[in-house]
Design a binder for this molecule. Sequence first.
Ligand code: MF3
Ligand code: CO
Ligand code: CO
Length: 293
Amino acid sequence: MGPVRESIVKGVVAPMRDVPKSIQRPPYVGAKRAARWTGGDIHDAETVERIRVSARIAAQALAEVGRHVRPGITTDELDRIGHEFVLDHGAYPSTLGYPGAAGRPPFPKALCTSVNEVICHGIPDSTVVQEGDIVKVDITAYKDGMHGDNCGSFIAGEGSEAATRLVEVAHEAMMRGVRAAMPGREVNVIGRVIEKYAARFGYESVRSYTGHGVGPAFHTGLVIPHYDAAPHHDDVIEPGMVFTVEPMLVDGSEANHEWDDGWTVVTNDGGWVAQFEHTILIGEDGPEVLTLP
Ligand code: MF3
Ligand code: CO
Ligand code: CO
């Protein structure tokens, strides 16, 4: 076994990148907090067509950034690639300027880069990616009033057996969660399936961060847990709904805390994490993944 990768520490965050005036901003940019969405989670066909466009751009952006994950690149450079890709497609990177918790700064970048034991909401900075790192890239595009959200885990260079298995299992867990999202069921079936599958491999599924309704709002208020939340979270899945499934699986305990930057979430025990996220549409016969390139 080679040298063990040291813990992730805060790097230097470069100034916010510009967005041309011609790109439509989501309403929360520059606001204290994102307005609560009251329009529900079942969308008409015209709205769904617009979400499809944003979801496709997000998926293409994720593939483009993922292609560049390699030892030696900084997470800020990954941000530059994603930022420019989204703008080049006439969209706004939804995380840029997304309001934080009360008294916390807005998110300053076009995507989240969460390395190894960072669960989610990692801020791209001067951190240099190393051989074997698991880099989670979470990128969201906003266009024509709609958001499409997705995340993938990429291993830089050659991964350890443990890291490779964790990433594979996280992807399969997400897909099993997606396939469980059948109309007529309660949303809590999704997490039940994910958590059970993860447990077979000794992994824990993070409870404090969840999937969410998405589309006309980045986070609509609908919560999709990645654990068995029954009898809670009993919202019934219906055709026309759009939401994310985005499990974070830990090779260790899912207990976690946030850094004092107001965003970065890490495991308490340093266990590594893999995450995948799709935005899905519920059809009459079952789910359809919208975040495909
Ligand atoms: N894209 C993330 C999600 O899946 C949210 C990131 S919000 C941010 O819901 F502000 F941290 F970027
Ligand atoms: Co999401
Ligand atoms: Co996301």
